[in-house]
Design a protein around this ligand. Structure first.
Ligand code: DX5
Ligand code: ZN
Length: 222
């Protein structure tokens, strides 16, 4: 499978959200990454359902929704109805992760689980078969434009091994501080999906930046 690019709409200009989504429609992006923050699980508030609805209306790409909220179980159905094709919850926010991931699948979406930089990948060993995707945070969640944490490379390699050892096809997504400085190495370490916010939207030609990330060849073959 070729790797996928998921630009993060958090870094877009919300004053022209419709135009930004149309730009992504015309780009080589595979997904649109949508960051939902509640000001409680993370020290920032992004947006809620009305904005998600506008994104969904304009988007021709599947929405990759990243919930940074406490007690996500309360809102799973609303987010799937709101257009999340991949819905990801934080391991740290779920007391009953098995139930939560099963519920996301029952609702008809792909289930993702996210790990903060301080959470070891080993915590997922027994839940991996229920996850369509694992997202590794390569920054502490809450803000765009932060510096990539180098230890992420070790986590990707360990997770890749765990997935391969269990014979699964779980995808690995990397979120935070992705640029041309680390994208190739992340793919080589076993990543399948790269999120990029600032690197795409703050560049002079976002479409060309997305194309350059999409054009990388990965040494790792799944
Ligand atoms: C951080 C968000 C990320 C963020 C990525 O909490 O989950 O998705 O938008 O932005 P960059 O690529 O700027 O680090
Ligand atoms: Zn995110």
């Amino acid at each position: 499978m070729p790797h996928l690019i998921s630009p993060s709409i958090l870094a877009a200009d919300f004053g022209k959200l419709d135009a930004e989504v149309h730009m992504l429609n015309e780009s080589k992006a595979d997904l649109i990454h949508v960051d939902v923050m509640d000001g409680c699980f993370v020290p920032n508030i992004s947006f809620g359902f009305p904005v998600l609805k506008s994104i969904q209306k304009a988007s021709q790409k599947p929405l990759d929704v990243h919930l940074m909220i406490v007690d996500p179980d309360r809102y799973l159905e609303a987010f799937v109805k709101g257009g999340a094709e991949i819905l990801s919850v934080h391991q740290e926010a779920c007391t009953h992760l098995h139930r939560t991931l099963s519920e996301i699948r029952n609702l008809g979406a792909k289930a993702g689980v996210v790990l903060n930089p301080a959470t070891p990948v080993s915590t997922l060993e027994d839940i991996l078969p229920l996850a369509d995707m694992v997202m590794l945070m390569s920054v502490n969640p809450g803000f765009g434009g932060q510096k990539f944490i180098q230890n992420t490379f070790n986590k990707v390699r360990k997770l890749r091994q765990m997935i391969d050892n269990q014979g699964l096809s779980t995808l690995i997504e990397i979120d935070g501080g992705v640029t041309d400085q680390n994208a190739q190495s992340l793919l080589n370490a076993g990543a399948d999906i790269l999120v990029a916010g600032s690197y795409v939207f703050k560049s002079t030609d976002p479409k060309a930046t997305i194309a350059s990330l999409k054009g990388l060849e990965r040494a790792y073959q799944v």
